[in-house]
Each structure stands twice: as C-alpha cells, then as structure tokens.
Design a protein around this ligand. Structure first.
Ligand SMILES: NC(=O)C1=CN([C@@H]2O[C@H](COP(=O)(O)OP(=O)(O)OC[C@H]3O[C@@H](n4cnc5c(N)ncnc54)[C@H](OP(=O)(O)O)[C@@H]3O)[C@@H](O)[C@H]2O)[C@@H](O)CC1
Ligand SMILES: [K+]
Length: 496
C-alpha cells in the first residue's frame, strides 16, 4: 500500500467525512489517545509521565493518554496550558480523574513527557510559558512523545511558526502522514513517526502526494525477461568532460550498468579518451568530436546522462542541444544544469516530458531563480519547476522531492546523511538513466532510482563514499526482486 501524505485541509476533510458518516469526535479522540498510549507502552517501561495539554483537541487527546497510562500503572501528572476550549476536549478532561495543574515553563521531573499542546493545524507561533517550555524541552534527556506533530510547526510545510518549537523522540499521528512530518525541520523534530489507524474512512484518490516507496513503481520495475540479450536490456550513454574532468561521468556510467542497463557507453571528447580508457572495463568507450557524433550516439541510445563532470559552459550547452533532438531521454545533472544559468528557458525549450532534471538546491536556484524562496515549501516549488521545465524535476536533499509536469509528486523518507558525499549525485543520475534505458517511465525511474540510492546509503552507513554505492545496489535489487509475488515463476530466483 502506497502511503499518502495529506495536507492539513485534506485531513480536516477526512475528519469531516468521518463525522458525516456517524463517527463521533469523542470516539475518534478516544482511539487517538489509546493509540498514543499504546505506542508509549510498547516502547517505554511504566514510570512517571507528564502530559502537557493545550486547549484544543490535541490537548483532548492528551487527557485520554493520561487516563490510559494511569490505568496501566503509570504515575501521571497533567499540566494544562489553558482550560479545554472544545466540547470534545472538555469531555475528555472531565473523564481524567487525577489532578490538573497549570503548565510549568520548566519541565517537572519525570521519565517521559507527552506534548499534547497543539496539532498539525497550528497557525501561529508559540508564546509565553509554552514557548519557554519548548526551549527547555530541547535540553531534556528523557523521551518526549508528540501527539500529531511536535507543537510549534506548520503541518503543511514542516517549518517553524515561531522561534520556539518542541522536538520529540516519537510522534504519533493519525490516519495519514502530513506534509509537516516529511519536510525539514518538522521531520527532524518528529523522531520516529507512527501513523495510527483511528478508523477514519479511506480517502484513496484524494491525495496528490505520496511517500516514495516501492509500491508506487515496483509493478513497472524493468526485470529482464529470461531470453533477453544485452541490447534489449537498455542502452545508456553518459557524456564525459575533457581530460582532467572525467571521474564523475564514469561514476554515473558504472551506476547505470549496476542498475541493470545492458550496455553502457561513455561518450568521451577525443582528448579525454586515454584517461577514460585507463579506468573502464565493462563500460564501453566511444569518442565524439562534433554535434553530429553526439546526435548519432543519442539516436543509438535509450537514455543519456549529461552533467556529471561535463564542464560548465558553451560546450556543454551545445552538447545538450545536440542530444535533445534525438530519441533518447535525457538525465540532466550538475554542470549541464549550471551551464544554463544565464538562460534556463533555452534548457526548458529543449526538454520534453521524458527528460529528468536532478538539481541540488544550489543548482535549482540557478535554473529556477527565486522559486524556492517564494514557495511555501519544496514540494510546491518542485511541482512548479516541473511545470515550467516541462520535464520531471528531482530536488535533492534529505527530503528529496520528485515531481512530474502533470502535478504528480513524491517525497522520499528513506534518505540518510551518509549520502551527503562527493559523487553521490552522479551515482543517482546513473541509476535513473539506467532505469529509463531499461524502459521505465522517467517519473517512475526517478522515484525508483532515489529509493534504491537511499537504501544503498542506509545499508552502508558510516564511511560511505560514492564508489561504494553501485556495489551496494545488487543486494537492494535482490530485496526488491524477492518482493515480487511471481519471482519463482519468472525464473529470476537464484539457482534457476
Ligand atoms: N483530525 C482528526 O480526525 C482527529 C484529530 N484529533 C486531534 O485534534 C487535534 C486538532 O485539534 P484542534 O483543531 O482543536 O487544534 P489544536 O492544535 O489542538 O488547538 C487549537 C487551539 O489552540 C489555540 N491556539 C492556536 N495557536 C495557539 C498559540 N500559538 N498559543 C495559544 N493558543 C493557540 C486555538 O485558539 P484560536 O486560534 O482559536 O484562538 C485553539 O483553541 C489534532 O492535532 C489531533 O491531536 C483527535 O482528537 C482525533 C481525531
Ligand atoms: K503536539
């Protein structure tokens, strides 16, 4: 099941539908509180808990948690930032039979704290004692559990609404992930995120944003047929720069081969042939000297990667134009993006919807100046970029976003800091190019490439360098293959 990510308005709509279908808010609040208490008890031994309750339904959930934990033998102290203001929260508070004291701006000694102050719909910054408590909360050694979202963040952007914000070790939200759980800084403040089912009706089809998981694209993963030959497994070409600037292109080429492209060729300026030849084995090498050479190479390819160590300047602009007119899909990365900083429109007019742009935020700013700053968050920025470019756009980061010109978008949640290393992006471009060469659509190839790249990073962990990534791909691919229900019948299972 692919995981939908909802906006706050979409969640409110789901909520409204549930009430229209006869589910009471009190029942939902009870289930929400039980789910939080259950997640707490699964992870932490009974002890002293302090529950910080706000005036709304987030606070209401907090009173339910207090009741549940107390019933299970916890010593519970409830601190209220304000009296309950909603009818449901008032009823939940009335069912809490213990004492409720005013919120203290410094944490009362305890083994665990629950942030039930404000939820994902918060619209203004924290103030007064709540803000002071948020600052003190950051220094706590004991675990903090946030209900719905750590208080102080905007649920639609993951941005802080004011200076002070809470941070948590565990966040329990309801029904679906919200954008604020997926984008930084909110994502970093959530800790582990649990999405609890509280019985809201499924709203499949309404969300337009998804977590990047294999469910989204594995049905179209280009596993080879048993009788395939190498040319049918996809022809990928990668454009190298001049002598002295070739390594990144070779990394991309190697990644393309590892991800399954049958034949990968490095297109090298004549002056860099010897340098490239000295470092290549299974990747093939072909010289080019003119636009005509590149056009011919592009016609004989399924996908071409241009950018890693291509060189910034007129030559790369010309090379891209030569390739853009051919039948192969382009993955445009690094230097090829920067080469168009003076005239991004010229790049966009050369692209079509099968092409993929893979900028990091700096490159994104060069070709879409000001777009990130004027967007609410990076998802809407990437969607708009894809529309402007008329191509798939992948905005790299710890929360990589991929968007298609038709508005489809995904966020990747499996990234890790180990991937922030030189050459890692070149490998990603090679993975994506290799998957497109094998016949995956460009949007799905970008999603799959990002997910596999991130899994490789996680599998290695500390000490990762870009050269390691292609060698980690086979285990990740084997894991994907094993998920295939028909793996035995396909004959691809090991030993056949
Ligand atoms: N969706 C679902 O299906 C379910 C949702 N559930 C739960 O409901 C939660 C959402 O509840 P909610 O809408 O009552 O919002 P919440 O954040 O608790 O408080 C809003 C209150 O805070 C106030 N206020 C705002 N900012 C403030 C500030 N800076 N400083 C001080 N005050 C401030 C604001 O005042 P106002 O802006 O009106 O002046 C208003 O009184 C959700 O997170 C989840 O936990 C579950 O129970 C089960 C099912
Ligand atoms: K909260």
């Amino acid at each position: 099941m692919s995981r939908e990510i909802l906006t706050v308005a979409e969640m409110t709509q789901a909520d409204r539908q549930a009430v229209e279908q006869g589910l009471s808010i009190d029942l939902l609040m009870d289930r929400a509180g039980f789910a939080v208490a259950e997640a707490v008890m699964k992870r932490f031994p009974p002890g002293r808990a302090v529950i910080w309750c706000g005036p709304g339904n987030n606070g209401g959930d907090g009173y339910v948690v207090a009741r549940c934990l107390h019933d299970k033998g916890w010593s519970v102290r409830v601190e209220a930032a304000a009296a309950p203001a909603t009818e449901a929260a008032k009823r939940a508070a009335a069912l809490w039979k213990g004492e409720t004291v005013p919120l203290s701006p410094s944490p009362f000694p305890a083994d665990l704290y629950v942030d039930a102050l404000f939820g994902a719909g918060l619209s203004r910054g924290l103030e007064g004692d709540v803000a002071k408590l948020a600052c003190a909360c950051a220094q706590l050694n004991e675990p903090v559990v946030a209900i719905d979202l750590p208080s102080g963040f905007n649920g639609d952007t993951g941005r802080r609404l004011g200076e002070a914000v809470f941070c948590a070790d565990l966040t329990v939200t309801f029904h679906r992930l919200k954008v604020g759980h997926c984008l930084y800084e909110g994502r970093a403040a959530c800790g582990e995120v649990v999405v609890a089912d509280i019985g809201l009706p499924a709203s499949e089809g309404t969300a337009s944003l998804f977590e990047n998981t294999p469910d989204l694209w594995e049905r179209h993963f280009p596993w080879p047929a048993l009788n395939v030959h190498k040319y049918q497994r996809g022809r990928l070409k990668v454009v190298s720069g001049d002598a002295g600037k070739t390594g990144a292109a070779r990394l991309a080429a190697r990644a393309g081969l590892r991800i399954g492209a049958g034949v990968v060729t490095l297109l090298s300026p004549s002056g860099a042939l010897a340098e490239n030849a000295a470092h290549l084995e299974a990747v093939m090498l072909a010289p080019f000297e003119s636009d005509a050479d590149l056009r011919a190479a592009g016609e004989a390819a399924d996908a071409v990667v241009i950018g890693p160590s291509a060189g910034v300047g007129e030559t790369t602009v010309r090379n891209l134009f030569a390739l853009a007119g051919t039948g192969s899909a382009l993955v445009v990365d690094a230097d090829a993006l920067t080469s168009f900083r003076q005239d991004p429109e010229a790049l966009f007019s050369a692209l079509d919807r099968d092409d993929v742009l893979t900028p990091h935020p700096g490159e994104f700013e060069r070709i879409f100046p000001g777009l990130l700053a004027r967007s609410a968050e990076r998802i809407s920025a990437t969607r708009e970029a894809a529309r402007l470019a008329g191509a798939v756009v992948l905005l790299k980061g710890p929360d990589t976003v991929i968007a298609a010109p038709d508005g489809r978008a995904v966020v990747s949640l499996n990234g890790s800091p180990w991937l922030a290393t030189a050459g890692s992006g070149d490998i990603l471009a090679g993975f994506i190019g290799g998957l497109i060469a094998q016949g995956m659509t460009s949007f799905e190839a970008a999603c799959a490439g990002v997910w596999i790249h991130a899994e490789c990073g996680r599998a290695h962990g500390p000490g990762l360098i870009a050269e390691d990534l292609p060698n980690l791909a086979p285990a990740v691919l084997a894991g994907l293959l094993a998920r295939r229900p028909s793996v035995k019948r396909s004959g691809l299972a090991s030993g056949r």
